[in-house]
Ligand binder design. Sequence first.
Ligand SMILES: N[C@@H](CCC(=O)N[C@@H](CS)C(=O)NCC(=O)O)C(=O)O
Length: 213
Amino acid sequence: MTSAPVLYGAPYSVYVRAVRLALEEKGVPYRLEPIDVFAETGPPAALLERQPFGRIPAFEHDGFKLYEAGAIERYVDEAFPGPALQPSAPRERARVNQLISILDSYAYRTLVWDIYVERVSNPRKGRLPDEARIQAALPKAQLCLRAIGELMDGGPCLAGAALTLADLHAAPMFAYFTLAPEAGQLLDDEPAIKAWWAGMSQRPAMHATAPPA
Ligand SMILES: N[C@@H](CCC(=O)N[C@@H](CS)C(=O)NCC(=O)O)C(=O)O
């Protein structure tokens, strides 16, 4: 009998939500231990003990401690029963990992920080958006979407017919990105991703993990 895993982080976090989506889709009960990584006093000492780079999420299951969202997601998929979130065929599995790497390396900063945070989040806090940063991000966002769209193998999911960790890794980024008006035009040019997001955003796991307004 194993105990319920504990996820350390905040509901607003893209990467915390990606792990929560994996837990939800697998049907694994878990506890979310709140940690505010953007506290004025800096990342809490308790977080740095679990995640030396001061990022969220961190994770523990039966004494096994882990950080890095992609690694946690793969562990959750492999250690718990429930629907498989990774294909077993090498090429399909490689495609899922390729998409996750693209999301981490190129999409996260561009879609979330350069576009969503500047256009939506900062103005809500009374700060002016950095228009130059947004303009510089638009071709990078277009490139990200085009690359992801080209890898979609007929959909409806990012890595083909079945839901995988690639979808769950991407969805929290798109949840923020699509709040920016710039996303509308960019997604009009990528109908397969637009159709994916229309379905993905309505999954019960997405509703269950929606960040507080
Ligand atoms: N490579 C890390 C990235 C995690 C990450 O960047 N998390 C963000 C929140 S979504 C964070 O902790 N940001 C704090 C900061 O940038 O100081 C992972 O995969 O877990």
